[in-house]
Design a protein around this ligand. Structure first.
Ligand code: SF4
Ligand code: SF4
Length: 96
């Protein structure tokens, strides 16, 4: 019984350490959207665990925009989900 608890604790500790490393490694990066490339397919929305992105509908087209930039960890998880080159991660200082 104790062994199982030790193993579960070790797995949890490793997972938390990995999350912290990923967080601090990417803290200077954030996602940027090239709106002209976005088809509004929504694939990236399902990937972001932090709900950074949201769909806009201006009446003529649907496209993604960064609604909550402060939530973005710059993890880059959404980037490969986009088959239309509409997403990239950049240094925060490069976002105008
Ligand atoms: S880079 Fe990561 S946190 Fe930022 S929008 Fe993409 S999936 Fe979400
Ligand atoms: S995956 Fe790419 S094309 Fe699809 S909604 Fe997201 S940014 Fe737009």
């Amino acid at each position: 019984m104790h062994t199982a608890l030790y193993i579960a604790g070790a797995i949890l500790a490793l997972w938390m350490t990995g999350s912290l490393i990923r967080h601090f490694k990417n803290k200077n990066r954030a996602v940027r959207v090239t709106v002209g490339n976005c088809t509004g397919c929504g694939a990236c929305l399902r990937r972001c665990n932090h709900r950074v992105l949201e769909m806009a509908n201006d009446g003529q087209s649907r496209h993604i925009f960064v609604k909550y930039p402060d939530r973005c960890t710059g993890c880059g998880g959404c980037v490969p989900k986009c088959k239309f080159n509409a997403l990239e991660t950049v240094f925060v200082s490069d976002i105008g």
